[in-house]
Design a protein around this ligand. Sequence first.
Ligand code: ATP
Length: 756
Amino acid sequence: MDKRRKKKFHKNKEEKDEKSMTRVLREESEINELEQKKLEMANVNPDEIDSFAKFPLSKYTLLGLKHNGFTVPTKVQRQTLVYSLRGMDVVGAAKTGSGKTLAFIIPLLENLYVKKWSSVDGLGALIITPTRELAYQIFEVLKNVGKSHDFSAGLIIGGKDLKYEWNLISGCNILICTPGRLLHHMLENPDFSCEYVQMLVLDEADQCLSMGFAETMNCILEELPEDRQTMLFSATQTRDVKDLIRAGCKNPVFCSVHEFSKTATPRGLVESYIVCKCEEKFTFLWSFIRHHRKNKILVFMSTCKQAKYMFDIYCKLNAGVPVLCLHGGMNQLRRLAVYDIFCQKENVVLFATDLASRGLDIPAVDWVVQIDCPEDVTTYIHRVGRTARYANSGEAVLVLTPHEEEPMLANLKAKNIEVDRIEVDTSKMSSIHTKMEIILSKNNELKEESVRAFKAYVKSVTLMKDKKVFNVDSIDIDAYARSLGLAVTPRLRFLQNQKKQRPKQTEDTHNWNCSADEKPWKSKFTTLDFGTEDIDEEDFLTSTKKEQAEIIQEEEESSESASFPEDLVVSSKKKPLTKQAVVKKLMKKNIVLNTKIVFNEEGVEVKNPEKQQTSEVAQQLEDQKSGINITQLQEIMKQEDVIDRKLEASKKREQKEIKKRKEMAKKAEEKIEVEDMVEEGDEESDVDERTQNIIDSLPDPDKIYGRKKRDSDSDSDDEVSNKSSDESDDGRGAAESSEDDSSSEESEPEKKVKIR
Ligand SMILES: Nc1ncnc2c1ncn2[C@@H]1O[C@H](COP(=O)(O)OP(=O)(O)OP(=O)(O)O)[C@@H](O)[C@H]1O
């Protein structure tokens, strides 16, 4: 290094040191100031704080808040920050969309800052939340608001190689995680340490502490140091002291912001319900979606299988609005991509399970439709809370069956939730059962999906805890199956078994066909009549028939013939094969019927391995340290689509080749048959010639035996002739085998034909 460069290097270093020194000094004096202000806050009335600047917050946090447009704190933020900033344990309860995320992110950043937490100190704060989408959303808020701070944050939500995450998360100061994945790291990663964790946040605390996560959470909580600050947040907060003790809360301040509010749901939310029979739900949904095509709609269903089926059938039905689905059966990339698309689009329908019911902050959702009755009031509150967030308005409609109506309304009323009944304009309704049936009759895969959706729903009703609301006997099983497009009602073994076990008495009391006196609510309201179809729908029906025919043709060409050998595809003309016959044929052809199902470490089924193929960008994403860039995700989805298309194209090419080969083989067979016939003709003349030659070479029998004797020996002549013919057969065989040899070199299909 020459002198000049050395000098410059030293000068730069000095400048850097000076800068960091001033920063350290400035931060230190700021921290002292903040500590002083925090002490004064004990006497402040939180309701009088009308700006974040009035809180003892660092410049970095205030900058982050300002950049993201947060200047005035919400009620839950005001009420909780006065305690949480002083390091106290807080149990926060506030309506959905009221800003609870910032209420825990701000104290988390501030308290680490005041403790001068740095990379060498390791993990300082943990945020645990029940779903991946929610964890991702919190991570984004943290990234944006904490931009000016020096902390490193990580997202652990599964779906990535565990070992790869080991080293990466060891340097993180803040971790946002789902319970399962966090425990995975705690158990399997020797480098992972929670020894110095200063703060624990449980978002959607009641769910985190619920039965479903009980074991996992207990293990996690055992590993955390007792001397820490704990913050619990939820719209439906737990009040169970046992839960609070389990979570490690010490003298927590309970901030129930909307405790005395008239209703437990947001002010800008218009809530209503409709009553219709189970089998009429999908007609209602179809008409609702068709009449709200310009809106963003979130439809909640009970099970993954229903959400998947609804999405797939709506893709075929063409509702005139983009449709999406979000459920636990999807892989992480798709889930996050769907979530992002739904956030961005203005008119779109999302079929989702309760996976999407909690915490998701989706902008501008116009409608929340609960096509299946929620499990309980808590679920209801979270589902409807996906609309009317912060200062916005929104609408929610709950679909109840006549049986569910009375008990569910009573449950809602008990929690201060009033919903108005709306009568549906039946003249604008049209049935889609027939359309669904047409599609299913030609699409086996979809039919199977429909069966699965049917069974899953009935099972879910059977398993619901609240037996007053949910009664499987109130469902007209056959009619419900029809409403899903099924021509035949699938067998429900679990229901039959259950019925066998149940005493007859209870069955009778819950019977759907009970007398009018036993159903007081039924006499109050008229049942919906979905008889009339509007013109719009009529047009739709004609157009879809054509489309359906095309779809059917395509599917028959691509899927069926591709996956089954020709003789197993039952054509309409042929006699249908029995199940046993199909199985026998499949076994003969060495086709494996039961395929292995592979699960990943998260317990999620790994679908078609081809589908696991990821594009380059996807692999880059896998290698990322933490967090998911949504623009990158979109890019991945595009590239994945290209790969999917290529795969599809190559499959089609393969099918074409197979078809071509078969045709060639057939032609070759025909050609050989013709040649054989020609050969036989030639040979016959050869035989005649040869026979003639032999006959010619023999002595004249007339000369030896006289005319009479020869006549009586006509049989032996035949013998000679037969023998010659045998010889000629042999000769033909030889000729053919030599032909075989030559043809085998020339063309493969011909050989196949010969062998067969
Ligand atoms: N102080 C604020 N000023 C303006 N907007 C805010 C403020 N605080 C939060 N918000 C906005 O309010 C919306 C809802 O916030 P958040 O997601 O934190 O609600 P939540 O109470 O956690 O809801 P849920 O119970 O459904 O999880 C977000 O879009 C957020 O950006």
